[in-house]
Write a new protein. Structure first.
Length: 572
């Protein structure tokens, strides 16, 4: 029959394939492993579990020979490609692999470290939380709604709420005569955009009111305070003076930004004082006529207080310290309700320069009260006065032998109190960190306040013999008394956690912001550092012992991807 030879050929091919499959199965199972060719055959044959086998299927069209595929339940076979791939790898490949891995992980580690030092967070962690968590179904924690306290609860909870309010620096420098000169010499900008923007808002609040539209010169100045370009502000001030030669706010702007010396600034402020006093007297006579006139009186009062204060600061900078002290005292008597301007801090610094320590103590007795917002100037000045009484004869060796006297204990407690309020100050006073020009705004208990205090008061600590030595010996003991992790304070409310972010906005980028408490390094910095070190070690070992490392790498890969019957794979 015509179909018989074809049938016999097909049957012969099938038999050959089955025979080859049995040989492959015998090679995999080993001796004694082919006893069960079926569940029912073999008479009283012992039942054995199904062997791990290789099913030999027909080759696809165009292919030669059978194709080995793992049967269901025989997952140990991965095919010949793994063994062939491993056998072709050379020591150079492993060396290049480890060097590349070490280099890439090192780059990631450096970037992670830079990002943490600059922003205080891990970049990988930040990206994971911001982008990956929503993709995998995570829910971001929404900030809790602000609690509404009653009048009685407000005072009780005030100490438990961290305060991150930004305050105007009471001893801020002059832009034209001091900040600009620093920029001319160093080429660096000492003020940040955020800080200058806050100053622009302050100027608009202090020097403008609703009735400015009635006076052309004040209308021009209202626009001038909103200008970003300093030259445009100065030009607008001159335009206002052309419209009204007695425009006090125009003289204020010129004194702050155009004057390149303190002497020139003082001349502008004297002209502003003359114009401001005249306008203030007019506003006093008609302030009760309407709410608009009351707003104008508040504005004119702000201008007058600002000008007198800056004139006192000019006198202090020019060496006329007693005159400056008298002007500050008169200003505090004339406007006692403006204590939020912290004029007493200017007075404290001037009295310390005069070494009038009894007067300093009198000012502290009035303003170092628990109901008032504290400041580094108050806390550290109180510590300085108590340290002055014992610092000259203080010796750590003598104190450790005989113990501390009552006066020394009071001085140490005052230092601990000051350090708890602002822990950043001692490193600047002890010159462990370099100073920069203080910003125009400060954050109480933050690094910006520490910079501002140390910039003006370091000389007063140096003048008292032994004061810095006493500070050096005792300031770190503060942290042993503060509960960790700062869930509550010792003498003050807990240290706020928002200071770092605000200080980075207030201080220039070339300044290394002091952070308290020190943050632990994120996990990904440790991980990338470990990965970089491990890869570098493998690269070094591969370079020194190439053959041994190749054997080790192949052994590890075989553990990860186990391959059975290598002889069959090699033959296939």
């Amino acid at each position: 029959m015509p179909g018989a030879p074809a049938g016999r050929r097909a049957g012969g091919a099938a038999g050959a394939i089955l025979a080859e499959g049995k040989q492959c199965g015998a090679a995999i199972l080993g001796p004694g492993g082919a006893g069960a060719e079926g569940n029912g055959g073999g008479g009283g044959g012992e039942h054995r579990p199904r062997p791990l086998c290789v099913c030999v299927r027909g080759a696809p069209n165009g292919a030669r020979g059978p194709r080995l595929t793992p049967e269901l339940g025989c997952g140990v076979l991965r095919g010949p490609s793994v063994t062939v791939f491993l056998s072709t790898l050379t020591p150079k490949f492993y060396f290049a692999l480890t060097v590349t891995s070490s280099f890439i992980s090192g780059l990631i580690f450096v970037f992670e470290w830079w990002h943490f030092r600059k922003y205080g967070t891990s970049f990988i962690e930040q990206v994971s939380v911001s982008h990956l968590r929503p993709l995998i179904g995570g829910v971001e924690n929404s900030p809790p709604a602000p609690a509404a306290f009653s009048v009685g609860e407000n005072e009780a909870n005030r100490q438990n709420m961290p305060e991150c309010k930004v305050w105007r620096n009471p001893l801020n420098l002059f832009r034209g005569a001091e900040y600009s000169r620093y920029t001319w010499v160093t080429g660096k900008e000492p003020l940040t955009y955020y800080d200058m923007n806050l100053s622009a808002q302050d100027h608009q609040n202090f020097f403008t009111c609703d009735t400015d539209a009635l006076r052309p010169s004040d209308t021009v100045m209202q626009k001038a305070w909103r200008e970003r370009n300093p030259q445009a502000r100065i030009k607008a001030a001159y335009q206002a003076l052309e419209l009204n030669n007695d425009c006090a706010t125009a003289y204020v702007l010129l004194a702050e930004e155009e004057a390149t010396t303190i002497v020139d600034a003082e001349k502008y402020f004297k002209q502003a004082l003359k114009a401001g006093e005249m306008i203030y007297r007019k506003s006093q006579n008609c302030h009760s006529q309407s709410p608009q006139h009351e707003a104008q009186l508040r504005r004119d009062t702000n201008v007058l207080v600002y000008v007198k204060r800056r004139l006192a600061m000019c006198a202090r900078k020019l060496g006329r310290i007693r005159e400056a002290v008298k002007m500050m005292r008169d200003l505090m008597k004339e406007f006692p309700l403006l204590s939020m301007l912290n004029i007493h801090e200017n007075l404290l610094e001037a009295l310390l320069e005069l070494q009038a320590y009894a007067d300093v103590q009198a000012v502290l007795a009035k303003y170092d009260d628990i109901s008032l917002p504290k400041s580094a100037a108050i806390c550290y000045t109180a510590a300085l006065l108590k340290a002055r009484a014992v610092s000259e004869r203080f010796s750590p060796e003598t104190a450790s032998k005989r113990g501390l006297s009552t006066a020394e204990i009071n001085a140490v407690e005052a230092i601990h109190r000051a350090v708890e309020f602002n822990p950043h100050v001692p490193k600047y006073l002890l010159e462990m960190k370099s100073l920069v020009l203080p910003p125009e705004h400060i954050l109480k208990r933050g690094d910006s306040e520490a910079v501002a205090y140390a910039f003006f008061h370091l000389q007063h600590w140096k003048r008292i013999e032994g004061a810095l030595n006493l500070l050096h010996c005792t300031w770190e003991g503060t942290f042993r008394m503060i509960p960790y992790p700062l869930e509550k304070g010792h003498l003050f409310y807990p240290y706020p956690s928002c200071t770092e972010t605000a200080d980075r906005e207030l201080l220039p980028t070339f300044h290394e912001v002091s952070v308290y408490p020190q943050k632990e390094l994120p996990f990904f910095i440790h991980f990338t550092a470990g990965l970089c070190s491990f890869s570098a070690m493998l690269a070094l070992l591969t370079h020194q012992f190439p053959e041994l490392m190749v054997i080790f790498a192949k052994a590890v890969l075989r553990v990860i991807w186990p391959v059975s019957a290598p002889s069959v794979l090699a033959s296939g």
